[in-house]
Every structure is written in structure tokens, then in C-alpha cells.
Write a protein that binds this ligand. Structure first.
Ligand code: AVJ
Ligand code: FE
Length: 440
């Protein structure tokens, strides 16, 4: 689609607003700590915050200033430092990175050029600029790194640097599970203008009936698994999962510690008793899988998650979100770092799907049993390194976004992925099961 006249002006305005909103978040995350803290590596799994900061500017320069704008490079000399494939995370602190003040000047210089080219760009049919795609991609990229920086904040020690009001309290009682009838639905999208390559194309998937939890698994339920010796019983774990549990000595979610008879967790530098009605967060795929087996259930496939989130049983259509096609608001979902942890189950009745599945979007990323692959007809766009190089058995798909995911980087079709051992991300899960013969 080619945007013309006032359409193009509306699009320019939307892009400028999204760029500004996103940069405000990046600024807040990197001004919350001092320069020494920005340069420090808080975990070998993470980059120093100042790396994420300049990397965001470098990607914006590569795609918008150089490619879309056809302008001269701003700092070609630093490209290699901020190329995630040339520089493994654990080596990044030793690189001659731009110091914080220089990184901030770099980002501002790039952003000035982007505003200049946004004023002139024609949203032609060229796929990179049609519907402002490259701008949307860069907004999503920066928001993804903002969530990564938020995970780095959660890993840092020392006095708290971030604050936010607590999420809303439960407003309704949520059922245990929901039955999803057998039949086809449309998975993925060919029309959402800022959807990334791995969400495309839309395709029909026919599923047998299944049951899926109406809410993510809570801390209370997860504690029962721990109390029942779930971490010490290899029956619940896959061979690979048990080997990992043994090697790492896993006994509870990341950031938990014993607290008298119970448990406490550390959230952004503050310890408090674990609250039972919140979705569990900071578990790896293997822990999620072991819990599900212990509970006599299993993880949903990615397709089961998406059908529960998007399928409208009345029209048969797939929606953008569980509640419909409208963009998320504060009533729908716990997104965008408005809060610093998942909301208790029942806090978002307005965000439920037509079948009554709650909190699919926001709160916690949900592990699925599916390994990350391209959909039938996948084509890498605009670069193989966003998705395609990660396809294969090594990564599991996560869905739905967390409290730290911005709405620009989250929708019913959005796919995240990670290694099954990772839990520094804001990851939780819900369970599913096959239907019994009398339920079919
Ligand atoms: C989609 C979250 C797995 O952070 O590794 C950021 C997103 N890609 N820069 C990641 C991404 C390039 C990616 N995830
Ligand atoms: Fe990146």
C-alpha cells in the first residue's frame, strides 16, 4: 500500500510519536544509574547498559539514516562494536565502547537525521518503507532492547534504581481452564503493517480440541510443585531438563530465596514475601515443562496459544489481540513497564479472550512447547539475522509479552524465542491438555 497525502501525514505523525515515546523509555532506563553502573556488566548473560544504548542508535543509523535515507554514515567506525553477531555478550564490557556521554550524543545525532528524513520520505511500495515498516521495525528494536535493559536492571545488585506503582488487584475470579473446540483458525498475519518477518504469512492451522489454563500458572501453584519435591524428582523432567537442573543446582525460580517457612523474591532491588496469586516469573523452559508434567498436563503448542488468544468463535476470524483489534490500553493488559512485576490473576477482565482466557498479553512471556521455525512460505525480511538464523531446535517460542514489553512490540501474532535454559527474561507459562473422549 502506498500512503499518499494526508495518509502519509498521519503516518509521519504516528511514527514521530512512537519514536519519541520509545526514546523517553530508553532515556529513563539509562539515566536511572550512574556512568560506572552503565559501563558495568551485571551478568555475563547481559551487555553493559551502555552497549544496548549505542547499539540501538547504531541500528537506527544502519536502517533509517543509511538504508532508507541514503545518507552518509554518522559513525561507520563503530559498526563492528555494536554488531551483536561479531561481539558475544560476555566480551562486550572489554570493548572500547562509547562512554555514556558520547553514546547519548551519538543517539541524538542519529535521531536528528531521522526526523529530517521522516519529513521527506515517500512511503512508496518499496517493502522497506511501505506503511513506514522500517520505522516500525526500529521502534520495536529499541523497545526490545529496553526490555533487555529492564532485565539487566533486575539482575543488578545495589540500591533500587527503578520505581513504579503496583499493578491492579484482581477484579474477577478466573476459571481453572477453558475448552477450545477442534477446528481450523488463521495463524500469523499477512496484513499487519509492522508485523515482523517471522509472524508472516497468515496460514490456516487445524487443531484438535484442547483445554488451556485460563490464566498463567501462579506462584502459589508453583510453590506446591516445589513443596512436593518437584525439583528433586527426575520423573517430571526431560533428560535434558534434568541434566540442566543438576548442573545448575536449580531449586526455585531465579531471584527467589527461602524466607522462614515460605519464600521471598527480589524485584528490582527490593525483597518481599512471594505473593501466591501472581503469575510465576523467571522460570526456564525446563522448569515450566517439569511443572506441567508434575501437574498431569503439558505446555501448549505455539498454535494452541495463538488460537486461544486470537480465534473468535462467533466470526471464525483471528483478532489482533484477545479483546479485539484495538491497541492495548491500561485496562487490557500489564504492558509497557507501567508496573515492575506481573499482576495477580483476575486483574485484567477487559483483556480476556472471547472464550474467557485471561492475561495472554502482558504480565509474563509464556513458554510454549514449539521450537522456533519459519511459517510455511516464510521469507527473511529485511535481514536474515533478525529471525532466520535462530530457526531450529535450539530455541523455544515464547508468546504474549511481559509487564516489561511495550505495546509496539507485542500483539497476538508476535513471536519471541530463547534457549530453553534462560530465565533472566520475564518468563512464565500456562499449561494445556488434550481432551478426554467424553469432552470431544
Ligand atoms: C526477539 C528478543 C529474541 O533481543 O535477542 C534485538 C530481539 N534482535 N536485536 C533479542 C532483537 C536484534 C531478540 N529477541
Ligand atoms: Fe539488537
Amino acid at each position: 500500500m502506498t500512503a499518499t497525502g494526508s495518509d502519509a501525514e498521519t503516518l509521519r505523525g504516528r511514527i514521530a510519536a512512537e519514536l519519541a515515546r520509545t526514546r523517553a523509555r530508553t532515556t529513563a532506563l539509562t539515566e536511572a544509574v550512574d556512568d560506572a553502573d552503565l559501563l558495568r556488566q551485571h551478568s555475563p548473560l547481559m551487555s553493559p547498559l551502555v552497549w544496548d544504548l549505542a547499539h540501538v542508535g547504531n541500528q537506527e543509523e544502519l536502517w533509517l539514516v543509511r538504508d532508507v535515507g541514503g545518507r552518509e554514515p554518522v559513525r561507520q567506525d563503530i559498526d563492528h562494536l555494536y554488531d551483536a553477531f561479531q561481539q558475544p555478550r560476555r566480551d562486550r564490557p572489554a570493548l572500547p565502547l562509547l562512554p555514556p556521554a558520547e553514546a547519548r550524543v551519538y543517539l541524538a545525532t542519529v535521531r536528528d537525521k531521522v526526523h529530517d528524513l521522516l519529513d521527506r520520505v515517500r512511503f512508496t511500495d518499496r517493502p522497506l518503507v511501505a506503511d513506514g515498516f522500517a520505522f516500525g521495525m526500529i521502534v520495536q528494536h529499541e523497545q526490545q532492547h529496553d526490555e533487555t535493559m529492564l532485565a539487566t536492571h533486575q539482575l543488578r545488585s545495589g540500591p533500587p534504581a527503578l520505581g513504579a506503582p503496583p499493578p491492579p488487584e484482581p477484579a474477577v475470579r478466573v476459571a481453572d481452564e477453558v475448552l477450545v473446540p477442534a477446528g481450523p483458525f488463521t495463524m500469523g498475519t499477512s496484513t499487519d503493517p509492522w508485523a515482523l518477518d517471522n509472524e508472516r504469512p497468515a496460514h490456516r492451522v487445524d487443531l484438535p480440541g484442547y483445554a488451556i489454563d485460563a490464566a498463567p500458572v501462579t506462584n502459589g501453584r508453583y510453590r506446591e510443585f516445589i513443596a512436593d519435591g518437584g525439583y528433586d524428582d527426575p520423573r517430571w523432567w526431560t533428560g535434558e531438563g534434568w541434566a540442566h537442573r543438576q548442573a545448575e543446582g536449580l531449586t526455585a525460580p531465579l531471584h527467589w530465596r527461602r524466607d522462614g517457612d515460605g519464600w521471598a523474591y527480589r524485584r528490582f532491588g527490593r525483597w518481599s514475601p512471594v505473593r501466591d496469586d501472581e503469575p510465576v516469573v523467571h522460570v526456564c523452559f525446563h522448569e515450566a515443562q517439569a511443572y506441567a508434567t508434575w501437574a498431569g498436563r503439558r505446555l501448549p503448542t505455539e498454535a494452541e496459544w495463538e488460537k486461544a488468544a486470537r480465534w473468535d468463535p462467533v466470526t471464525g476470524r483471528s483478532r489482533r489481540y484477545p479483546w479485539g483489534d484495538d491497541d492495548p490500553t491500561a485496562e487490557h493488559a500489564n504492558l509497557g513497564q507501567r508496573h515492575l512485576w506481573p499482576a495477580p490473576v483476575g486483574a485484567y477482565p477487559a483483556g480476556a479472550s472471547p472464550l474467557g482466557v485471561h492475561q495472554l498479553i502482558g504480565d509474563v512471556w509464556e513458554w510454549t512447547s514449539t521450537t522456533f521455525r519459519g511459517y510455511p512460505g516464510f521469507t527473511a525480511f529485511p535481514y536474515r539475522e533478525y529471525s532466520e538464523v535462530f530457526f531450529g531446535d535450539g530455541h523455544r517460542v515464547l508468546r504474549g509479552g511481559s509487564f516489561g514489553t511495550d505495546r509496539a512490540a507485542c500483539r497476538g501474532t508476535f513471536r519471541n524465542w530463547d534457549y530453553p535454559i534462560r530465565r533472566q527474561i520475564f518468563s512464565g507459562f500456562r499449561c494445556a491438555r488434550d481432551l478426554r473422549p467424553d469432552e470431544r
